[in-house]
Structures are given as C-alpha cells and as structure tokens.
Design a protein around this ligand. Structure first.
Ligand code: ZN
Ligand code: ZN
Length: 315
C-alpha cells in the first residue's frame, strides 16, 4: 500500500487558537478574524445565522402556539428538523463520501470508512451514525427547541427586541454564543470522558475514529441531553427567539462540518471553501486531547492541547 497515500492531509503549521484571547492582543488580527474570510463570522456563522432566520421566520409557527405542550406541534418541528438534517448532512455526505467530488484531497484520513465494520450497529459506520442521529439526536434537539419556544411563550425566557438592542444583539451573535457554546462543550466533554461515564455513554461517539458528516451527532442519548443543554443559559440571559434558534442551529447542524473529515470543501473547479476542524479530528484520533474548539485556549489552560506538531514531524 502506498505509504504517502495513507498519511492523509495535514496542515504544515501548528494549530493556533483565535487571536481573541492571544497575549499580547493584536487588534488588527482580531478584526480580521472577526469580520474577514476565513474567520469567526464568514463563512460559517453567517451561514448559520441566515439558516436560523429561515428556520425561525419561515419554518416555525408563531411563538404563542407553544404556550402548552402539543405533541402535533412537537412532531411538526421534529420532521422539519429531520428534513433539514437529511438535506444538509445528507448532501455533504453524498458529495464527499458517495460521489467523492474531491477524492482524498484535504481529507485528514486518506482512507474512506469501510463498508463493513463490526464495531458499528448494522456493521456499517454510516448506518450506525444515521441511527443515533435520527432516533436520539433529532428528538432531543427538537425537545430543547420546543422547550425554548415554550419558555418564550410563558416568559421564562426574557425576550428582547433585536432592533432596539443592536449592540447587545451583535455581542450575542459574534461573541457570546460561539464562546459560551465552546466553554459548555468543553465542560460536558471533559465530564463524559470520565472513565465510568465514557464506557457507557461517550464511547458511542468515539467509535468514529475516521469520522464523516453523519458522525457529528452519533451520540448516546445522555450525551445528547448534556450537549443540547447549553440552551438553558437563556433562562438567565435576555435574548430573542432568533438568537436561541441560532444557538441551537450551530449545535445541531454544525457537527456535520466539525466531523466532515475534510479541511476544505470543493466548491468549483479550483476553489475550496475553508471548513476545517483539524483539532477535533485529532481528538477523534487520540481521544485524550483537544476537548474544546479553537476560539478560546481552554485546552491550553488545562494542558490538554495537541497542536498537531507530532503530525507535522511525521509528514
Ligand atoms: Zn466528535
Ligand atoms: Zn470525546
């Protein structure tokens, strides 16, 4: 077997955290990171914001309808979410893993998952991942989303006007939601790596050593309950339903990207879109590093950061 082919794509630079928390602060770098491509907002947070606006303004009934629990409404939101995930995640999987539009180019692990692997349910990684996503991920995501609308309808979540609070709104979108999501994810992720919890709960996700888009929400139900619980912060923080949908959309649709297995995605003949989450790929490869993401250096503070140096040496 060709040894070079097996190495997969690796960056030839060390992973770095965003400039927001760098020391000393470099304001030019921060502005570039916040507002230019590729950065925090463009392309992916902008994509999630637009998607959230479509979901909330076009695909969600008026908030008043959520005053009581109504199972028909729950099912409506469930099937809408199912359709979203099948269309978006399914498309990404179809392009990268079925059509193989870019073969192994920018793929972290040059191997594509084997069609038969007895580690997984149904002896197949994709079917296993789809099963946990559809029968646990989407119902629990929908429950949290329904609960959020219920809280707005009953004033448990305090609603603000986006237009009257532009600076606060921008603060929530640009900084608070991405940073808070990362801290919450880091904490619950460390929790489920405790041996006694890992072997019953988080092992489901870590069967995916060579992840693909459908691996993102391939989790045990307890992990889903913890993972989506971040939305409960809005019990304390005044917000707007659109921003809560933004939080939930990042958490539910985002994992397709963080687990795509590719650093860049082909968009036309010669152009690739930045879509990399190499730090999380290293987490799947080594298990005991990079529990968080890349905006805040929380892994560095807790001594769990792997910057990919070893991979560069082995290149
Ligand atoms: Zn993962
Ligand atoms: Zn893990």
């Amino acid at each position: 077997m060709n040894k070079k082919r097996n190495t997969g794509w690796k960056p030839d630079y060390k992973l770095q955290f965003s400039p927001i928390f760098s020391d000393p602060l470099n304001f030019i770098k921060i502005i570039k990171y916040l507002f230019f491509y590729p950065g925090l907002i463009v392309p992916w947070n902008l994509f999630f914001l637009i998607l959230s606006a479509i979901i909330f303004y076009l695909l969600t009934p008026e908030i008043e309808n959520f005053y009581y629990f109504n199972y028909k409404l729950y099912l409506l939101i469930f099937f809408r979410n199912l359709l979203l995930i099948v269309c978006i995640w399914g498309l990404l999987h179809f392009l990268l893993y079925n059509l193989k539009i870019q073969n192994e180019e920018y793929k972290y692990n040059s191997e594509f998952p084997k069609s038969k692997n007895k580690v997984f349910l149904f002896n197949n990684q994709t079917y296993d991942n789809i099963f946990f996503t559809i029968f646990s991920g989407v119902p629990i995501w929908t429950a949290y989303e329904y609960f959020s609308y219920y809280c707005f309808a009953n004033d448990y979540f305090q609603s603000i006007s986006l237009v009257s609070n532009p600076i606060y709104t921008i603060f929530l979108i640009v900084l608070f939601i991405p940073v808070y999501h990362e801290i919450h994810f880091y904490l619950i992720h460390r929790l489920i790596h405790i041996k006694s919890i890992y072997k019953y709960v988080h092992y489901v996700h870590h069967k995916n050593i060579n992840p693909g888009p459908w691996s993102g929400l391939a989790m045990h139900p307890i992990e889903h309950i913890l993972y989506f619980s971040g939305v409960l912060v809005f019990l304390l923080l005044p917000s707007h339903p659109l921003l809560v949908v933004f939080f939930i959309t990042r958490a539910s649709i985002g994992p397709a990207l963080t687990h795509s297995g590719f650093d860049k995605i082909l968009i036309n003949d010669n152009n690739f879109l930045e879509a990399g989450h190499y730090q999380h790929y290293l987490h799947h490869k080594y298990f005991n590093c990079n529990f968080g993401d890349i905006i805040i250096p929380i892994d560095k503070w807790f001594g769990t950061f792997n910057d990919g140096s070893a991979e560069i040496k082995n290149k």
